[in-house]
Ligand binder design. Structure first.
Ligand code: CDP
Length: 248
């Protein structure tokens, strides 16, 4: 959500460091935990930086309801992105709004590309993404956790994980993984998500403007970061499987 750049806000200091002290290519710390909810078929909790806290619950595949929504050839993936009223500075009015409907749609489509939906005709897979605390990058953090929750639920996937990151332009420089000040007052942001194995891009959106060179630099930064993020996703899932086999 860009608010334009007030001239008195400096987002990169004289040492080239960002408002939260990171270098241009540095990710915020990411932690993912699986199986945090008892009643869901699969779940994951992600903390992306200290500021983003998101819970994901997966249900299904189960018979799609109401029946007229069923697709006789494949499962439908219904992701619902929701921000808690207390997740942002100004109380967020409960319920869907234009932004959450858009984010739910792009996440559903990204997950649909990762899941072997043709194995489950007439079914639906529900993915609830509850943002408890937001600090920019929630659609990508939510999607990254959703992919882990789906794998933890045993939903067959074409590609084990879909993960991604946001890059953008602040004070004329391309930087990775925007924090809220950078997202709000920077000149561009570009969230992107990729299937780990095939490298297929399944989500890309852009706000603001970039030259083609800047766009190339931003996407290559994201591709690099995605490898690291996929590793964190795999580690979260390995933790789950080690525990299930009676390990620590
Ligand atoms: O979260 P993401 O970057 O995917 O989406 P965004 O629309 O670019 O929003 C960026 C950030 O603005 C969110 O992560 C929140 O921290 C903040 N925001 C807010 O404070 N109030 C809202 N109603 C929506 C977003």
């Amino acid at each position: 959500m860009r608010l334009g750049t007030p001239s008195d806000i400096k987002l990169i200091d004289e040492n080239g460091l960002r408002v939260d002290g990171r270098t241009p290519e540095q990710l915020r710390p990411i932690k993912i935990q699986t199986d945090v909810l008892n009643r869901a078929d699969g779940s994951a909790y992600i903390e992306w930086g200290g500021g983003n806290k998101i819970m994901v619950a997966v249900y299904g595949p189960r018979e799609a309801y109401p029946r007229h929504t069923q697709d006789i050839e494949r499962a439908i993936v219904k992701a619902r992105y929701n921000m808690a009223a207390f997740s942002v500075d100004e109380r967020k009015k409960p319920g869907p709004d234009r932004r959450s409907v858009e984010i739910s749609k792009v996440i559903s489509e990204a997950l649909q590309a990762a899941i072997l939906v043709e194995q489950f005709p007439r079914a639906q897979i529900d993915v609830f993404i509850e943002v408890l605390q937001a600090d920019a990058g929630t659609r990508i953090a939510g999607l990254t956790a959703a992919s882990v929750a789906l794998a933890a639920a045993g939903v067959p996937m074409r590609d084990l994980v879909v993960g991604g990151c946001t890059a953008g332009k602040v004070d004329g420089q391309i930087v990775l993984d925007l924090c809220r000040e950078e997202d709000n007052f920077g000149q561009a942001d570009l969230p992107m998500a990729i299937l780990a194995r095939s490298g297929k891009v399944v989500l890309i959106q852009m706000d603001g403007d970039l030259t083609t060179e800047e766009f190339d630099r931003a996407t290559s930064m994201i591709l690099n970061a995605t490898k690291r993020i996929n590793q964190i996703q795999r580690e979260a899932l390995q933790g789950k499987y080690i525990a299930e086999q009676g390990g620590e």
